[in-house]
Design a protein around this ligand. Structure first.
Ligand code: 13P
Length: 352
């Protein structure tokens, strides 16, 4: 591990006022999202879609890094240029999802543990050679009666810390993603308590494994009521609760916090991130880390719905993608407003 380059990579990813594009859906998840839009699944469909995302004009203004999937990091554009090269040429750092998915946790019905540690050292070396500069591992925490259990929190925190240490060994910046799911009818207060407990476990395990905090990025959920909760708090309440929880548990040495969107609409995710940066910019409440985004759905959803597998729609889909990315860019400087949502100028053909 070389501390300086790790810290510098982490800093570049979060500290220059841009965010990350998560485009690391596994083949199964990507195919499921394609199916919802009536797009037939194939290697070529996934490749074309990822090329559309990477080649979107102006994406570099808002995006510092793109998280790829195993299939994608090996792919190239239609005219044969490796995606990794396209990203580097655009000033966007390539990263890679390295977990192999959440699997049922033995003896704990309904809970999951993320797998992928076996053989990870070898895979990380290969990804480094393929051009990845950072990695991602997502743990999934379910909030329901009696859940999460201590067994679930400990198993996931331990795996996240082992993954992060293996990444730093080969100078890859680990994105550490413990996601408390939005599914359920829990309250914001319940999400707050579980999020804080989860993050406490994660940072305890990171310390035990010797992970360099300056050379990692945290990717948490926002503190939100469950999707089925009858009380849905305002943007201001969500932003304040999220910032308060993070202050309680995230060490100041961590350079940046890049939120996942977790199924929030694009507009809400931007508005909540914006309000957190309002708090961060307040001289009386300065935060030690940068607050940015690492969204998949909250950036990609409109683009996929426009594209629908039709090459004629690619340009309009790219406009929609860059628009969502720019809304989130504005949220980083606390200048996002709902009015931005109507500023997307679509070519007439795209409306068809
Ligand atoms: P969402 O923003 O769609 O939650 O995805 C982020 C991510 O990387 C999930 O692992």
């Amino acid at each position: 591990m070389t501390a300086e380059p790790l810290a510098e990579t982490a800093r570049i990813l979060v500290a220059d006022g841009r965010g990350l594009l998560a485009m690391d859906e596994s083949n199964g998840t990507c195919d499921k999202r394609f199916a919802a839009e009536g797009i037939p699944a194939s290697v070529e469909a996934r490749r074309s879609y990822r090329e559309l995302l990477i080649a979107a004009p102006g994406l570099r203004t808002s995006i510092s890094g793109a998280i790829l999937y195993d299939e994608t990091i090996r792919q190239a554009s239609g005219n044969g240029i490796k995606f990794v090269k396209l990203l580097n040429d655009a000033g966007i750092m390539p990263g890679i999802k390295v977990d192999t998915g959440a699997k049922p946790l033995a003896l704990h019905d309904g809970e999951m543990v993320t797998e992928g540690l076996d053989g990870l050292r070898t895979r990380l070396r290969e990804y480094r050679e393929l051009g990845a500069r950072f990695a991602k591992w997502r743990a999934v925490i379910t909030l329901r009666d009696g859940m999460p259990t201590r067994a679930c929190l400990d198993a996931n925190a331990h795996a996240l810390a082992r993954y992060a240490a293996l990444c730093q060994e080969v100078d890859l910046v680990p994105i550490v993603e413990p996601e408390v799911l939005m599914d359920g009818d829990h309250t914001l207060e319940q999400c707050r308590d579980v999020t804080e407990e989860t993050l406490r476990s994660v940072f305890s395990q990171l310390a035990i494994q010797g992970v360099l905090l300056e050379g990692m990025i945290l990717k948490p959920n926002m503190v939100l009521p469950g999707l089925g909760c009858p009380i849905q708090e305002s943007v201001d309440v969500v932003a304040a609760a999220t910032v308060r929880s993070l202050r309680r548990v995230v060490p100041a040495a961590v350079p940046g916090i890049a939120f996942l969107s977790g199924g929030q609409s694009g507009g809400l995710a931007s508005a909540r991130l914006n309000q957190m940066n309002v708090i961060a910019n307040d001289a009386g409440s300065r935060l030690p880390w940068r607050l940015t985004f690492s969204f998949a759905r909250a950036i990609q959803v409109p683009a996929l719905a426009i594209w629908r597998g039709n090459p004629a729609n690619a340009g309009a889909a790219q406009l929609a993608l860059v628009h969502r990315a720019n809304c989130n860019l504005a949220a980083l400087s606390a200048t996002y407003s709902a009015a931005m949502e109507s500023q997307l100028k679509m070519p007439l053909a795209a409306a068809a």
